[in-house]
Design a protein around this ligand. Structure first.
Ligand code: FAD
Ligand code: DLZ
Ligand code: SF4
Length: 509
């Protein structure tokens, strides 16, 4: 029997992954490799690298126990070819294999690299997702607007999740209206389940410490789950401890609470340690057992079968040039404080600090703090994209790019969102306690002491009035702008110009 190579990438750590299903345990050789190309195409957070390497090593051991022949290359192997195609060629030479079975990677960059590999690589669809590329295309075909809500309803019907016959459970598809409570006084959940590094993880931590010492991000304490069993325990911990309040406080932010009632499972889902079905079933069971309310469970399930699948659909539909889109023509360079956290804006510095420490920030921090600031300040969306791709443990282009280029920066011109997600400081004040500890005054609209989000917001609307002035969803904001006195409008624009000049000059803002 001829030997074939079976490529398993770092975010394909699922036993039912397509390439393994196509392979023959007796004659084929699984190839897994820690390579510098993948570890450095953006400067990944050390926690992200350590998480993936540790999870890869444990997954390889599990496959070996299950009877597979696994050829695993460590990063410090002196013969390491440095890239995935290079490692495939080396494996082919060593085994005599002439063909590769792979599962389609989650980034066009790597899909193209496999297509260009001198060995024939058969890329099977990644069917760990609920919606295939063809199904998304069929849904999108002929629609003027690709609204997530309509897509989500189809996914609810398809999965039967939270359905009562052909009607949505409780009579409504979406309970978001109940899910916008401001930050609670106290948080009863102690955060995600933390795991003490065992021998495999410790070995990886030492490697990452030695090789990625200069990268942005704190490696220790390292507490992530690194295998399926641990990830399942982390999920169960969330379902019992936090899911009941997930809905209520989904959009809230607190200065000294990094996780609130969020699940912190995206890195496990995206690497393949958890599957969407088991996660959603666990949430639905909690609802059916009366342990979690419908607004929480519906909201949570919507993120997974709705937003997550929708984002992937957009990425593959829009193609490789999506990450270069810049509909608003923004070209300011990413401020250094995205790496140093050294800014007087408390909300931004706290979001960056926790990103540095945990390789994690929750959705509203990503969207309404760091994302909102970048959009208001006119930062080059590609730089913003590369930052998000680097700093979060759950970041792969298929999910990160539509969230950043589309949802957060409006750089796709309105495919993901019908209006830009921008707000002044008042939104952050309402949803968090950051402003109480800030050097800026959220109540001040203009001037040096005023919250920069306040005047940058009006300046953004003013600068982009040709594009957004006739958008019905923004009409109210433009009416408010029009009603302001000339002096107030001028003061807002002047404050924004002065702030952006200080930012460009490298002053601490
Ligand atoms: P929870 O709040 O507990 O939500 C549960 C799950 O729903 C998540 O684990 C995730 O799998 C899914 N989910 C929620 N929102 C989204 C969404 N908008 N898109 C896709 N899945 C979603 N998510 C990533 O997985 N990788 C990224 O690189 C990423 N980059 C983002 C960048 C920006 C600018 C924004 C605004 C959002 C981004 N998101 C990304 C979506 C979201 O912020 C994260 O999925 C979420 O914060 C992960 O934390 P959690 O597991 O605690 O999620
Ligand atoms: C993100 C990542 C990193 C840091 N390192 C590796 C690696 O060494 N080997 C590997 O197979 N995969 C790695 N990955 C995940 C890949 O970058 C990911 O598969 C692609 O970006 C496609 O989603
Ligand atoms: Fe952020 Fe403005 Fe509040 Fe300061 S005042 S924390 S800059 S929103």
């Amino acid at each position: 029997m001829t030997t074939r190579l079976v490529l398993i990438l770092g975010d394909q750590l699922s036993e039912d992954i397509a390439a393994l299903r196509e392979a023959d345990r007796d004659s084929d050789v699984v190839v897994m490799a820690e390579v510098m190309d993948e570890a450095s195409y953006v400067p990944h957070h050390p926690k992200k690298i350590a998480f993936l390497f540790a999870a890869m090593r444990k997954f390889a051991a599990r496959l070996t126990d299950d009877g597979w022949t696994v050829r695993y290359t460590r990063l410090d192997d002196p013969d390491n070819a440095g890239s995935i195609p290079g490692e495939l060629l080396r494996a082919a030479e060593a085994t005599g294999a002439t063909e590769v079975l792979a599962t389609e990677p989650g980034e066009f960059r790597l899909i193209a690299a496999l297509e260009d590999c001198p060995l024939p690589v058969n890329q099977f669809p990644d069917d760990r997702f609920l919606c295939s590329h063809a199904e998304f295309e069929a849904w999108a075909e002929g629609r003027k607007e690709l609204r997530m809500e309509w897509f989500y309803r189809e996914m609810r019907r398809k999965t039967g999740l939270l359905m009562a016959g052909d009607k949505p459970e409780g009579g409504k598809w979406n309970y978001d209206h109940d899910n916008r409570k401001p930050a609670p006084g106290e948080v009863s959940f102690g955060g995600p389940m933390r795991f003490t590094p065992g021998e495999t993880v410790e070995e990886v931590l030492e490697l990452v410490e030695a090789r990625f010492a200069d990268s942005f991000g704190t490696l220790r304490p390292f507490w992530f789950a690194t295998d399926q069993g641990q990830a399942r325990r982390a999920l169960a911990h969330f379902v019992t401890g936090a899911l009941p309040r997930f809905g209520d406080y989904q959009d809230a932010m607190l200065d000294d609470e990094r996780f609130l009632y969020h699940s912190v499972i995206s890195m496990y889902l995206n690497a393949g340690l958890l599957g969407w079905r088991e996660v959603c079933d666990a949430a639905e069971e909690a609802y059916r057992a009366g342990d979690a309310p419908l607004n929480a469970v519906e909201g949570f399930i919507r993120q997974i079968i709705g937003w997550r699948e929708y984002m992937r659909g957009i990425y593959f539909r829009e193609g490789p040039d999506y990450v270069r889109r810049n509909a608003l023509g923004h070209d300011r360079k990413l401020p250094d404080f995205y790496w140093t956290a050294d800014t007087k804006m408390r909300c931004v510095s706290r979001a960056v600090e926790q990103t540095r420490d945990e390789a994690y920030a929750h959705h509203i921090q990503r969207l309404m703090v760091t994302g909102n600031f970048a959009l208001l300040a006119g930062i080059d969306p590609h730089e913003v994209h590369e930052w998000y791709l680097a700093v979060y443990a759950d970041a792969y282009e298929w999910v990160e790019a539509p969230n950043v280029i589309g949802m957060s920066q409006f750089a796709d011109g309105g495919i993901v969102g019908s209006k830009p997600y921008v707000s002044g400081g008042n939104y952050i004040r309402k949803m968090s306690d950051y402003c109480t500890k800030c050097a800026y005054d959220v109540g001040e609209k203009t001037g040096r002491d005023a919250c920069p989000f306040n005047y940058l917001y009006w300046d953004f609307l003013h600068r982009h009035r040709d594009r957004f002035g006739r958008n019905p969803r923004m009409a109210q904001m433009y009416r408010t702008w029009a009603r302001m006195s000339d002096e107030r409008r001028e003061a807002a624009v002047n404050s924004a110009e002065a702030f952006l000049a200080r930012l460009d000059a490298g002053e601490r803002v």
